[in-house]
Design a protein around this ligand. Structure first.
Ligand SMILES: *Cc1c(COP(=O)(O)O)cnc(C)c1O
Length: 418
């Protein structure tokens, strides 16, 4: 794309943005002087849709006026409430309706999926993960390995980039799987690495894994609502994600899970059971023989938090209206524009460690400051930029297409080199 460096050009891009009206559907935090901040932390906690209040209010009202009757008679009955989010969720991750459910939270769902899909044997008990995966994912896989009586020091393979490189090459992942695959039970990668912003090649990793009979799962915390996903067609075995980052479901929002259709009726897959996984026709007969729902809903344990689902539904409705294709189209432009402006102004102190190619990244750029990283981050904060610092040396910025503007990006880069 051909950009220009002046501020007027940012205004032109904003005026031509087909999604420009969406910003107004969100509350934008303000500085003490009433000016809106430049919010580039949508990869940590997405902003609040203005429609969340009314959605939650509706459930509070029905709870207040109906009590337990709300399960059947609320405007949006609570008994099937999670089903009201299924269609939008399936579209977001590229899944069939029976393959997705919103339940629990991310790390909990990761454990539940590993109960089912990490089935180690003495010959095949290893887990392959990115070396710089998010700590919670590291803890989860280590504890699962120990739970099965193996030693993480031996059973956990951590994929590192080549010496001197920040990004893991797909060909290196493929050749490692080829070499070690016979001993790997589970390949567990992020969709987008939280630190570098690298988007992994789902299809190649899944294919390489399946050729060696490994189960392949993805953590979509930084991918859902950010990338175009086609989990079903890519033949991914399972995936989990949180709904509070790009998906704006609110702090601690209920999480999401995907299990590929081919596994749904496999009765040999171990699973933890709870009454919300029980067949809906017989659930309230209160019998003690478990008959699973023939969908991913059979992984549900408890009846879900309705207020959380109500908040998430507000956001998913907006995603559905805007459409991931349009969002991704704007996102590539917005992040590309940021990269262009940084390259224009760079004094040599800032290195963008996120891959250059749009196929290998989402919204986020990870900026490594050679010197004074922390004080640059402080300076940005003082100027009203909300972005985060990740030890040891990276400033993460995520211009998100739903509510960020090209002018936000322009102002940010001005402040970065001030
Ligand atoms: C944000 C994030 C988490 C957080 O886990 P929770 O269970 O939602 O607290 C875990 N893993 C990854 C990769 C993340 O990006």
């Amino acid at each position: 794309m051909n950009f220009k460096p002046d501020r007027d050009y940012a205004s032109i891009l904003d005026s031509q943005d087909p999604l420009k009206s969406y910003r107004d559907k969100f509350y934008i935090p303000q500085k003490p002087n009433g000016e809106e901040v430049i919010y580039f932390a949508g990869n940590s906690l997405g902003l609040q849709p203005k429609s969340v209040g009314a959605n939650v209010e509706q459930e509070l009202k029905d709870w207040g006026t109906m009590g337990v009757e709300g399960h059947m008679h609320a405007k949006n009955p609570w008994l099937p409430y999670h089903e009201f989010l299924t269609k939008e969720t399936a579209k977001l991750v590229g899944a069939k309706l029976e393959e997705v459910v919103n339940m629990n939270s991310l790390t909990v769902n990761l454990h539940l999926m590993m109960v089912s899909f990490y089935r180690p044997t003495p010959q095949r008990h290893k887990i392959l993960i990115e070396a710089n995966a998010f700590p919670s994912d590291h803890y989860a896989v280590q504890s699962q390995i120990k739970f099965h009586g193996y030693n993480p020091a031996e059973a956990l393979i951590e994929m590192k980039p080549r010496e001197g490189e920040a990004i893991i090459r797909t060909e290196d992942i493929e050749s490692l799987i080829k070499k070690e695959g016979d001993s790997i039970a589970l390949i567990m990668f992020a969709g987008v690495n939280y630190y570098t912003g690298q988007a992994f090649d789902f299809e190649s990793i899944t294919k390489a894994g399946h050729e060696k009979w490994c189960v392949v799962g993805f953590d979509l915390a930084h991918a859902a609502g950010n990338l175009i996903l086609n989990l079903h067609d890519w033949d991914v075995d399972f995936a989990v994600w949180c709904n509070y980052k790009y998906l704006n479901g609110g702090p601690g929002a209920i999480g999401g899970a995907f299990v590929h259709k081919k596994h749904l009726l496999d009765m040999n897959i171990p699973k933890f059971w709870g009454w919300w996984g029980q067949d809906k026709a017989t659930r309230f007969l209160m019998r003690h023989n478990f008959q699973p729902i023939p969908t991913v809903e059979s992984w549900q344990l408890s009846n879900p938090p309705i207020l959380q689902l109500a908040a998430l539904k507000a956001s998913l409705d907006i995603f559905d209206e805007a459409g991931m294709d349009a969002l991704r189209g704007k996102s590539e432009k917005l992040t590309g524009y940021m990269e262009y402006l940084i390259d224009e102004k760079n004094d040599g102190n800032i290195e963008i460690i996120t891959p250059k190619g749009v196929k290998q990244r989402g919204c986020q750029l990870s900026l490594r400051a050679k010197t004074n990283g922390k004080s640059i981050h402080k300076k940005l904060n003082r100027a009203g930029v909300v972005c985060d610092w990740r030890e040891p040396d990276v400033i993460r910025v995520a211009p998100v297409p739903m509510y960020n503007t090209f002018t936000d990006v322009w102002k940010f880069v001005e402040n970065l080199f001030k």
